[in-house]
Write a protein that binds this ligand. Structure first.
Ligand code: FAD
Length: 318
């Protein structure tokens, strides 16, 4: 793999960007700030940030990265990410351009991984297709949602899923059934190391006005309970079996605790808010402190729900 120091060399980055522009249909950015692509507004630059224009282009890009020893990962809308202040010394793949179609059927729909999940929820509701409405208001895309098995109010994105099209790390595309993926609470083990390209859902028919009403109610409830309009990465920790992470954090006095520019939300103790230009170093220190307090008082080791990108060598957290 090309290292951080090699990729700090603008000449090499320009050379790689030139090669990508020649061989991969799509847009390629150099030293793109990842703070611009994350809801936390934290993170240094990605060496290369590429929007492949199609599935074929995404496959060519992955092959090129492998050939050139360039580390890569697929980003969604960055709503569950904590990116290191050093950024990511490789290639970030964004499917917002290349996997952006939604097609509805009588009993379901097929959506590209790069589509904003709320757009899919709205299209389903307006088409009289039920089953996705409790996901309304979860920020992020379909691919990120699949990878996280996102969910809320007792519903998960995998509930009505039939199958997903995925690309392996060598660019090969295949179809995986929902059962093969083995979805679990905020986990999709069968998708590890793969890029989701498309997902198909079986959705029962319902009156559009009924589905839209539940969508509206769900969004209102979400805004009442969660911190939706300040920079954050959503829930920081998973709920440990038998507990709610937010309750544990609140009961050890975590609410309002701050480090540098970040602080634990007063509304929802499992959210860390980036109030004043916080950094990844600030966020990680606050995460460590909260974890220690909960571990000391309850003997529960909180596990991260958000995903870390970039230098992540931290045995206490990872
Ligand atoms: C205000 C707020 C509220 C939230 N509420 C909820 C909630 O109620 N429930 C919930 O579950 N989550 C919630 N989240 C977290 C987040 O919205 C979800 O996890 C979301 O599904 C992440 O999608 P994304 O596209 O932003 O993924 P990203 O954050 O970009 O990526 C998350 C992970 O998915 C991977 N990934 C992204 N795209 C693909 C792809 N195409 N193929 C394979 N892997 C991919 C990334 O590599 C990364 O590991 C909330 C976040 C915020 C900021």
């Amino acid at each position: 793999m090309l290292g951080k120091s090699e990729l700090a060399d603008d000449k090499l980055l320009n050379e790689l960007a030139g090669e990508i522009s020649r061989e991969v249909a799509g847009r390629c950015l150099i030293n793109e700030s990842l703070a611009r692509h994350t809801s936390f507004r934290i993170g240094g630059p990605a060496g290369l940030y590429v929007y492949p224009a199609s599935v074929d282009a995404a496959s060519s890009l992955v092959q090129l990265c492998r050939h050139r020893g360039l580390e890569f990962f697929t980003i969604g809308y960055g709503t569950n990410l904590l990116v290191s202040d050093d950024g990511f010394p490789g290639c970030v793949i964004d499917l917002a351009d290349g996997c952006s179609r939604v097609v509805t059927f009588e009993n379901g729909l097929e959506t590209g991984a790069g589509v904003w999940l709320n757009e899919v929820v709205r299209i389903a509701a307006e088409s009289g297709l039920a089953g996705l409405e409790k996901l309304a208001g979860i920020p992020g895309g379909v691919g990120g949602g699949m990878s996280m098995n996102c969910g809320a109010f007792g519903s998960a994105i995998s509930d009505h899923l039939v199958d997903v099209d995925v690309m392996d790390a060598d660019g090969t595309v295949s179809r995986l059934s929902k059962e093969t993926v083995g979805f679990n609470y905020r986990k999709a083990p069968g998708l590890a190391g793969k890029t989701v390209l498309k997902a198909r859902f079986n959705l029962p028919a319902a009156a559009p006005e009924d589905v839209l009403r539940v969508v509206d109610e769900t969004v209102s409830e979400r805004f009442r309970r969660n911190v939706m309009n300040l920079p954050s990465a959503g829930s920081v920790f998973k709920n440990p079996p038998g507990h709610f992470a937010a309750k544990l954090i609140e009961s050890v006095g975590g609410k309002g605790m701050s480090v540098g520019g970040v602080e634990v939300s007063e509304l929802h103790a499992n959210f860390i808010i980036n109030r004043r230009g916080g950094t990844a170093v600030d966020a990680l220190e606050l995460i460590r402190r909260i974890r220690r307090m909960v571990l000391q008082q309850y003997g529960v080791a909180l596990e991260l729900e958000l995903r870390r990108v970039g230098s992540t060598d931290d045995p206490e957290i990872d």
